[in-house]
Design a protein around this ligand. Structure first.
Ligand SMILES: NC(=O)c1ccc[n+]([C@@H]2O[C@H](COP(=O)([O-])OP(=O)(O)OC[C@H]3O[C@@H](n4cnc5c(N)ncnc54)[C@H](O)[C@@H]3O)[C@@H](O)[C@H]2O)c1
Length: 345
């Protein structure tokens, strides 16, 4: 996150980018000292006083129950009703994708994962635990309102970004009740977007398709569980977790940007974590705040680093976290297209 802030500080010098931020420490150290993960006041403060939240990865082995990370992450997601989990999966340089088909280089799928219900709603329970008669029930919650708003968000995005196809992913052949709802709502919403091709697919077929014809899909909309899995597959096909950024939003109200990866405890303290996912979150944030041109220049800077083979060990490189962050910040500082942008454009 330090490298993301370094890049933000460079961009904040641009006369057209009115960027101001506060840094908050919600880390596990504080939780271990005080027992507080995030207070009600802090929640309210985040909800009321900021246009966007840039959140570092959470998760610390000293909190084995993971309640600190869960409180903050799920707390923000549910309390701010961040129903859109947007995960772009774009191959930024073919060298870093495991796909060997040249079509893989053109993969640029935007995944819209429903973020507030589905199998993650926490509805269910167990009985006769620890016995051979144990029963575990985990419900899959799908509401008309929840399904409709995520599908509408995906179509709205496609129209705004000139994408011609939206694919809805479900498992309607085996999960008939939720499948029927998703398919009916998909058709209803698609009717309002007649200029966009609407396609429905089963999740197993989509998993194959992402590998087999990665350039085919443009915008994918799906449930919480399927979106979780497909977006990790997409992230790996695009170059790995070190490059995967995401946005959690309630359009028109709140926005939170975070790398897809966790806190990578296996490499903690070594100075080798890839900062690109966090830096690409800054690009998503700039786009959200209404500066897509600046987001584009930042993405170009990351892509230049990849083309120059400036990367951390996860990408096969030998650079450290700070070295990669500085390279990208310097590239932005030298980017004449960024700085010579006319204010009257
Ligand atoms: N959004 C979040 O904050 C989030 C997401 C996932 C996991 N977690 C938490 O993170 C902790 C670790 O979870 P995990 O190990 O399952 O997932 P992880 O994403 O932290 O790590 C998985 C693997 O990817 C590597 N990796 C991850 N990010 C990397 C980066 N930026 N650069 C280089 N390599 C990177 C790690 O070294 C590890 O080998 C757990 O506490 C988990 O709950 C948090």
């Amino acid at each position: 996150m330090g490298e993301a802030v370094r890049v933000l500080a460079v961009l904040a010098q641009h006369p057209e980018l009115e960027l101001e931020w506060d840094e908050w420490n919600l880390g596990a150290d504080r939780f271990l000292e005080t027992g507080v993960s995030i207070s009600d006041r802090e929640f309210q403060n985040l909800a009321d006083d900021y246009d966007a939240i840039l959140l570092g990865a959470l998760g610390d082995p000293r909190v084995p129950g993971n309640e600190h990370a869960r409180d903050i992450l799920l707390g923000l997601r549910f309390r701010l009703d961040l129903y859109v989990n947007y995960r772009p999966c774009k191959v930024r340089h073919p060298r870093y994708s495991p796909l060997r088909d040249p079509a893989g280089a053109a993969m640029d799928v935007r995944i819209f994962r429903e973020n507030t219900e589905g199998s993650y709603a926490g509805v269910g329970g167990a009985l006769r635990q620890g016995t051979p008669e144990e029963v575990a029930i985990q419900e899959d919650v799908n509401t008309y309102r929840g399904v409709e708003r995520i599908i509408r968000a995906a179509f709205g995005y496609a129209r705004r970004h000139d994408r011609r196809r939206v694919t809805m992913v479900d498992k309607a052949n085996a999960m008939a009740a939720s499948g029927a709802l998703w398919r009916r709502v998909f058709e209803e919403v698609a009717a309002d977007f007649a200029d966009i091709e609407a396609q429905a697919m089963y999740v197993d077929a989509m998993a194959m398709d992402l590998v087999r014809r990665p350039d085919h899909h443009q915008v994918v909309v799906t449930s919480n569980l399927f979106g979780d899995i497909l977006s990790d597959l997409g992230a790996v096909l695009a170059g790995g977790l070190g490059l995967a950024a995401s946005a959690n939003t309630h359009p028109g109200r709140h926005a939170l940007f975070e790398p897809v990866h966790g806190s990578a405890p296996d490499i903690a303290g070594q100075g080798t974590a890839n900062p690109m996912a966090a830096i690409l979150c800054v690009a998503l944030l700039l786009d959200h705040l209404g500066w897509p041109w600046a987001a584009g220049r930042l993405e170009a800077a990351v892509e230049a680093a990849l083309a120059d083979e400036v990367g951390t060990p996860d990408l096969g490189g030998d650079a450290g976290t700070v070295q990669v962050g500085r390279w990208i910040a310097d590239h932005l500082t030298d980017d004449r297209t960024l700085w010579e942008r006319q204010t009257d454009e």
